[in-house]
Structures are given as structure tokens and as C-alpha cells.
Design a protein around this ligand. Structure first.
Ligand code: ADP
Ligand code: MG
Length: 341
């Protein structure tokens, strides 16, 4: 296992209380796997990866039963060791907004050179050669290293950020909504390029891909995690998540995305909205919106149990999944749950 996380919690302390943005999440990523994390906006995706990248405010509280990378305990690792040994060299990130992450007053290539020189023993000259090579790898012409960020289109900036993330040849690349806001064709091209880069790289590369776009996740991921209100509802191979989901939330999401369903089917979205993450929720966080909920669902937190090998779901009613799968395709099922939400 490259990254192993068990019962990770990241709680923000604010005046009104504690925001349980990540609240007991468990998953792991193999060294050559793409793990896709999907979930509605506000469910804690960015907090989760910012916790891995150590980009959350010092006032936030991070706890876990296991939080290890390449067998190293990340909880006890000092910030200094993290910066010197892990950041960029082993874990890098393509941030949510490429524009906000590039410095507008420096040439794009210089920013990559700077990152390389800061974190390695490479000379400036070597770093310049490497940055040109990286540009070619992500499909940007070498001469473009001399451009400024504003001279790039959104897709080009995103490629530059991928080049930056590849600069020190890391084992894990974390991507936060890497193609959101880009034209569908540009998205396609970037994702295809990324797959090609991974295949050609000498060192195995895992990707933690975050998006609210299920079709991007479906296309790219080996395994998928479905997050809701700070918790993982389900995780499994991409095939199993789409073909044999166990969690009612996954069943609802699946209905909401037309791209993975037959086209003449009506789009069903799940009535209601996610809970406030400040509230204490003793039971299942999805139960107020779940058409299959029973009183027991609110009694205690459902165990995140292995329903099949490497397929996990946090639902106490998985014994009834056959029935739920049948009923989930019917619009009535979701409408009638609205009264409870
Ligand atoms: N620095 C912060 N302080 C307090 N609350 C925060 C902070 N950052 C994010 N949150 C809250 O944590 C929750 C999860 O946010 P986020 O991780 O950004 O979700 P996502 O990336 O899935 O949209 C939201 O309720 C958000 O308002
Ligand atoms: Mg986010």
C-alpha cells in the first residue's frame, strides 16, 4: 500500500462550533492505482486532500487510527521532514484553480525551475532542461516555458500545473477537480495525456483524483470512493461502484448522472440537501434523504463494512440491496422520500 488511511478526521474549529469536514474516512491506494473520490460540493473532498498535503489551518484538529504513506506515519512526521522528504518529491498536487496557483508576474517555466531548484540538488541549467522536457511531456511546446500565465488558455495552464506536479517524479499525484471549468474536449485531451504519462513513466505513479463529475471519475479511476457529508459511503472498483453499488446514496447518484445511464431514462436527482457539518449526527448522515431508511439507521453510526473483497459500504441494510437496486430506478422511490427530508 502506498497510502493507507483509517478513521481519519479533520475537524475545523470555528466560533459556532466544530465543522466535521472529514469525519472518519478510511481508504487506501496502491502504488499504481488511480483512486477517484466523488461527492457533492461541500462534502469534504478538498479538506481530505489538504490534510494529506498539510495545507489546513493549524487550528484544525486531525486524528486517525492509521495515516501512513510508504509505511511512514504521517501523523508523527514533523513539518520539516514532510517538506524535505515528501512534498513534491513523493506527493504533489494539481490544485483546484491553476490560475490562482501560478504567480502572474513570473514566466511559467521559471516557476517550475524554481520548484525544482528549491527541492533538489539540480543546477538551474539542469532544471531549465527538465522544465522544457516536462512541457513536452504534457503536450506544450518547449518555447512556451517563456510565457506568462495570462498568455495561456485554461487548458494550457492546467497542463503547466501537471508539468509542475510531475517535476520531481513523485509516487502520488493528487488532483483537485483538475478539469473543472474546462471545455469537454480539452478535458478529454488532458485526461488522455495523463493516462499516457502514467504508462510511460519509469516510476509507478498513483493518482488521487477528486471531482464532483462522475463521468470523469468513471473514465479515469481503477477504484472509486463516494463521499457524503464528511464520510465515505462506499468504495470499490469502478466497475462495481457503477454496476453493483451497495449504498443507497450511490444508487441515487447513479440515477442523477445521465452519462452512465441509458439515454432515454429520465434524470432523477435526490431530493433534499446534505446536513450541516456542525451538527452531531449519531446515525447515518444520509438517512434523512434515503428512501430505504428505517428508524435503526438513526440509532448509531453504520459500520463501514467490507461487503465483498475490497468493496466497502456504510449501510446497515445491505442485506436488502437487491430490492433497493430495483426500486432505485423508479422515480417514485425518490420523490416519496422528500417528505422525510
Ligand atoms: N478553513 C475552514 N474553516 C472552516 N470550515 C471550512 C474550512 N474549509 C472548509 N470548510 C468547510 O468544510 C466543509 C467541507 O469543505 P471542502 O473540503 O472544501 O468540501 P469540497 O471540496 O467537497 O467542496 C464545508 O462545510 C466547508 O464550508
Ligand atoms: Mg473542493
Amino acid at each position: 500500500m502506498l497510502l493507507e488511511i483509517k478513521n481519519l478526521k479533520t475537524h475545523y474549529r470555528i466560533e459556532k462550533g466544530t465543522v466535521k469536514a472529514v469525519d472518519g474516512v478510511s481508504f487506501s491506494i496502491n502504488e499504481d492505482e488511480v483512486f477517484g473520490l466523488a461527492g457533492e460540493s461541500g462534502c469534504g473532498k478538498s479538506t481530505l486532500i489538504r490534510t494529506i498535503m498539510r495545507l489546513i489551518p493549524a487550528s484544525a484538529r486531525v486524528t486517525a487510527d492509521t495515516f501512513s504513506f510508504q509505511g511512514r506515519d504521517l501523523l508523527s512526521l514533523s513539518d520539516k521532514d514532510y517538506r524535505e522528504k515528501i512534498l513534491w518529491k513523493e506527493i504533489s498536487m494539481v490544485p483546484q484553480s491553476a490560475m490562482a496557483s501560478l504567480n502572474p508576474v513570473h514566466r511559467v517555466g521559471d516557476q517550475i525551475v524554481e520548484a525544482i531548484v528549491t527541492h533538489t540538488k539540480m543546477s538551474r541549467r539542469e532544471a531549465e532542461d527538465r522544465s522544457i522536457n516536462l512541457f513536452e511531456v504534457v503536450g506544450l511546446q518547449a518555447g512556451l516555458t517563456r510565457s506568462y500565465p495570462h498568455e495561456f488558455s485554461g487548458g494550457m495552464r492546467q497542463r503547466a500545473m501537471i508539468a509542475m506536479a510531475l517535476a520531481l517524479d513523485p509516487s502520488l499525484i493528487i488532483m483537485d477537480e483538475p478539469t473543472t471549468g474546462l471545455d469537454v474536449l480539452v478535458q478529454e485531451r488532458i485526461l488522455r495525456k495523463l493516462a499516457e504519462i502514467r504508462q510511460q513513466a519509469k516510476k509507478k505513479k498513483a493518482i488521487l483524483l477528486i471531482t464532483h463529475d462522475i463521468s470523469v471519475i468513471a473514465e479515469m479511476s481503477d477504484r472509486i470512493g463516494i463521499m457524503y457529508a464528511g464520510r465515505l459511503m462506499e468504495s470499490a472498483s469502478a466497475k462495481d461502484v457503477f454496476n453493483e453499488p451497495f449504498h443507497p446514496y450511490t444508487l441515487g447518484l447513479k440515477n442523477a448522472f445521465p452519462s452512465i445511464k441509458v439515454l432515454d431514462q429520465e434524470l432523477i436527482s435526490i431530493p433534499g440537501s446534505p446536513p450541516n457539518l456542525i451538527d452531531d449526527i449519531p446515525g447515518c448522515v444520509f438517512s434523512p434523504r434515503c428512501p430505504f431508511a428505517i428508524p435503526e439507521c438513526d440509532a448509531g453510526r453504520p459500520e463501514y463494512k467490507e461487503v465483498k473483497p475490497r468493496h466497502f459500504a456504510a449501510c446497515i441494510r445491505t442485506d436488502h440491496v437487491e430490492e433497493f437496486r430495483k426500486r432505485a430506478g423508479d422515480k417514485e422511490t425518490w420523490i416519496s422520500s422528500r417528505s422525510k427530508a
